[in-house]
Design a protein around this ligand. Structure first.
Ligand code: HEM
Length: 504
């Protein structure tokens, strides 16, 4: 008689658990969908929130944050976009809920037509994303980045020599630095890269196309994806795809040829070709991954160096502080090296403040919510495009009082140490944050150290020739601006020291 009881108990327990589960889910669904979206501007039922085509989207979104609060929702047709513009909210949503924000929004023009779904930066969460990201990490992680220090020093000294030869072209010199480093890391290219090389011109063209295609609202097909099936539509986008694919393959094929002749340098692409099976990537995917390194890593690093020069020229008092520190720690008989980094807090604070004051990617890169996120009573629905807007977050007045002021001192704690309690979002958020940040941080540091050290600032600070050139607040991609570079160290001595400084 007592036999069936355990079975009954088990069945009853199971049913009760299922019922409770269903109820909990329904309650959650009901609660979630009844929660409001974050506040935002009114929108048209069909067109959504109007974004003027000419607008600087990062500025526009930052204004919305000032008006509606730290998290704003806007409509893009029937889709929801969420703008995150304050530090706390970025931490709580982009970082802590990072698991639900690994995705990227569907970008028809940039992702599907131009990149044919092979660009890591735009790849959706899932198997392909994991394979690409794992492969990229092999050559971008901290340990690998450390091994690139000599080639970064070598190229940074060339920036100084180039500036001495042709100070007006300092923006091009920064570009050449960044491209040379990336081409060396990715393809083992050791021959010098000149700004006029057809290869460099082709790279800059690809970067330029990508920036154009990424600008929200630039291509109607992103609003109306069916357009891509209309014959003839998107011819220019297809052409851009063919151009970049050919360029990426050219680079890869050169490594293949060198491997066949037994003279390939150790580099990312050689590793990929030797380990293609392990990483399960097709030839096109490998070619694109190589391209992703300079697509994502060359212009960004160059802009970081340019912004530093811009910040220095505008703030002679900051130059003087760093100068004093360099005199004390490095002296004048040798050139700064990587090992000096931890002993140069003034320089570190200057770099942190430059990256805050003029973020390199003011709008950031959009993420996509893969499930509902509830934040302080608001709902970020699954499928929403989520922007962590760097320009707005770096202007959070609670974390960065008087945010427009360039003030490296804000990065020191009461004991004079660099603050570790403020997370910097320069390299993005959560699981999509920049895998190249170890390489990038080293590039920024060594160029800053060399530039400040070389241009003895106390007597001849780097100065803008036309201070009004900066007045409208350049962001992202500085226009050419003239800087007076007059090294105090005797030029001949400086050249000599640079020549002897780093040999690849
Ligand atoms: C100062 C220089 C750099 C800055 C400011 C920067 C910034 C960023 C940002 C903001 C993202 C998007 C993060 C997000 O979605 O939240 C990103 C992604 C990426 N960066 Fe960088 N980056 C820099 C240099 C580099 C370098 C040197 C490389 C490679 C050599 C690189 C490779 C990548 C790649 C492959 C991605 C795509 C990652 C993904 O979508 O999963 N970046 N970077």
């Amino acid at each position: 008689m007592s036999q069936p009881l355990p079975m009954l108990n088990w069945t009853t327990g199971f049913c009760a658990a299922v019922l409770l589960g269903i109820l909990a889910c329904r309650r959650r669904l009901a609660t979630n969908s009844s929660l409001p979206l974050p506040p935002g501007p009114p929108s048209h039922w069909f067109w959504g929130t109007k974004i003027p085509k000419s607008a600087n989207v990062a500025f526009l979104f930052s204004k919305l944050v000032d008006e509606y609060g730290p998290v704003v929702s806007i409509k893009q047709g029937r889709k929801v976009a969420i703008i995150i513009g304050r530090h706390d909210a970025a931490n709580e949503i982009m970082e802590k809920e990072g698991g639900a924000l690994v995705g990227r929004p569907r970008l028809v023009a940039a992702g599907e037509i131009v990149s044919k779904d092979m660009r890591l930066l735009l790849s959706q969460s899932g198997d392909q994303f994991r394979r690409l990201r794992r492969a990229a990490h092999t050559h971008l992680q901290a340990k690998a980045a450390e091994t690139y220090e000599p080639l970064q020093m070598f190229n940074a000294k060339n920036v100084i020599l180039d500036i001495l030869d042709d100070p007006k072209e300092h923006i091009m010199h920064a570009r050449r630095y960044a491209t040379s480093v990336i081409l060396r890391v990715t393809y083992g290219k050791t021959t010098p890269t000149a700004v006029t090389d057809p290869e460099m011109v082709a790279i800059l063209k690809v970067v330029d196309h990508f920036q154009t295609v990424m600008r929200p609202g630039n291509f109607l097909v992103d609003r109306f994806p069916l357009l891509k099936y209309i014959p003839g539509y998107g011819r220019i986008l297809e052409k851009w795809h063919q151009e970049e694919l050919a360029l990426f393959h050219d680079h890869m094929d050169r490594v293949k040829r060198n491997m066949a002749e037994g003279k390939a340098e150790a580099c990312f692409m050689r590793y990929m070709l030797e380990n293609a099976e392990k990483h399960q990537l097709s030839e096109d995917e490998m070619a694109y991954l190589g391209g992703a390194f300079y697509g994502a890593g060359s212009d960004t690093s160059a802009v970081a160096i340019m912004n530093m020069i811009m910040a220095a020229t505008l703030h002679p008092e900051a130059q003087t502080k760093i100068q004093e520190e360099l005199d004390l720690i490095v002296g004048r008989d040798r050139v700064p090296i990587f090992a000096d980094h931890d002993m140069l807090p003034q320089l570190q604070a200057f770099i942190l403040e430059t990256l805050r004051w003029r973020p390199i990617t003011p709008l950031g890169f959009a993420h996509r919510a893969t499930s509902d996120i509830i934040w302080r009573g608001y709902r970020i629905p699954a499928g929403a495009t989520v922007y962590g807007v760097h320009w707005a977050i770096t202007r959070d007045p609670v974390v960065f009082p008087d945010p427009e002021k360039f003030n490296p001192a804000r990065w020191f704690d009461s004991e004079g140490k660099i603050r570790t309690d403020i997370k910097s979002f320069t390299f993005g958020f959560g699981r999509r944050s920049c895998p190249g940040h170890h390489v990038a941080n080293r590039s920024i540091y060594i160029n800053a150290a060399l530039i400040f050290w070389s241009f003895r600032l106390s007597q001849n600070p780097m100065a803008p020739i036309d201070p009004t050139a900066f007045e409208d607040g350049m962001i992202a991609h500085p226009r050419p601006f003239d800087v007076k570079f007059e090294p105090r160290t005797e030029e001949k001595v400086l050249r000599q020291m640079m020549e002897n400084y780093a040999k690849e």
